[in-house]
Design a protein around this ligand. Structure first.
Ligand SMILES: *Cc1c(COP(=O)(O)O)cnc(C)c1O
Length: 298
């Protein structure tokens, strides 16, 4: 049974997410202040931008009378996991359409999703590229019946609306806000809610992240009819590509955990943080700059 989408059903929901002042000599030397927006602490199973992106979509699915959510992702997708959790808490059936072939035993992400009641199906890499096409969607409807479709990564105009609530939670003044980007929904949303004196840098976690400039623009057009806010995509910090890592990145993560007691997610958050610290050390921010870095998950 689908239940109305109210936060009563998520007793552990922590919103607004906490802000933490990052005390670090590498920042102090440059006169730059960094505050972390700890969205990773929003909920243990629906962390960070995933809850923000799902919230209005869940309400819309209820509104349209759906009892099933269907979405797409890779075998390690945090969005697929979060959709399975949302289904569990709000009473939706869920279907996860996974890129590539089935590998048994299931990895921990997919095992979690199945444990939360999600049915999994697999699409070969070629069909996966046209996953949002009418042909593929009709085929899935024949298989699973009527469903509310959440696009890959959960990024659509309602996701942008959810993420647009983030800047309003920040009470201290800032000049620049940084977030990691996969599909760009989070960046698109945050940027729509900035004032004229604030700007956003979206750090691509993927190689060839130039495409994100078009995608973020398109998401903003769908959500609010045009490009909003002062933002740009930083493409230098992908460390070889999506879910690729290097010894330098691992050393940065270990050092950050020692200094600050925070284990950075290596797929997205650590790449942004490494990029941000490099830019600070290169003097790319003038002294006095106040920066918010969004910890989108863990
Ligand atoms: C999914 C995810 C992202 C990517 O967000 P987009 O809106 O797709 O750009 C960033 N960080 C973390 C931790 C994530 O799980």
């Amino acid at each position: 049974m689908v239940r109305a989408v109210t936060s009563d059903l998520l007793p552990e929901l922590t919103l607004p997410s906490p802000m933490v002042d990052l005390r670090d000599d590498r920042l102090e030397r440059r006169g730059v202040r960094v505050l972390l927006k700890r969205d990773d602490l929003i909920h243990p199973e629906l962390p960070g931008n995933k809850w923000r992106k799902l919230k209005y979509n869940l309400a819309e699915a209820v509104e349209q009378g759906h009892d099933t959510l269907l979405t797409f992702g890779g075998a390690y997708s945090n969005h697929v996991r979060a959709t399975a959790a949302a289904g569990h808490y709000f009473g939706f059936k869920t279907v996860g359409v996974i890129r590539g072939e089935q590998h048994l035993p299931l990895n921990s992400s997919l095992a979690y999703a199945v444990d939360r009641g999600m049915r999994l199906t697999y699409l070969d890499r070629i069909s996966y590229r046209s996953k949002h096409s009418p042909q593929v969607v009709e085929q899935l409807e024949r298989q699973f019946g009527r469903f509310y479709l959440l696009p890959e990564g959960g990024s659509n105009e309602l996701a942008v609306r959810g993420c647009a609530e983030l800047p309003g939670e920040i009470v201290s003044a800032f000049d620049v806000i940084c977030c990691p980007a996969g599909t760009g929904g989070t960046a698109a949303g945050i940027a729509t809610a900035l004032t004229d004196s604030e700007s956003l840098i979206a750090f691509s976690a993927l190689k060839g992240g130039e495409f994100l400039t078009d995608d973020i623009g398109e998401l903003q057009r769908q959500a609010c009819g045009g490009i909003r806010g002062n933002w740009r995509v930083e493409t230098r910090c992908h460390f070889g590509g999506y879910a690729k890592r290097t010894a330098d990145l691992d050393a940065f993560i270990a050092d950050f955990a020692l200094r600050h007691g925070i284990q950075l997610d290596w797929v997205y958050v650590a790449k942004m943080m490494f990029g941000l610290f490099s830019m600070v050390e290169q003097g790319e921010f003038s002294p006095g700059t106040r920066i918010v870095a969004v910890v989108t998950g863990s």
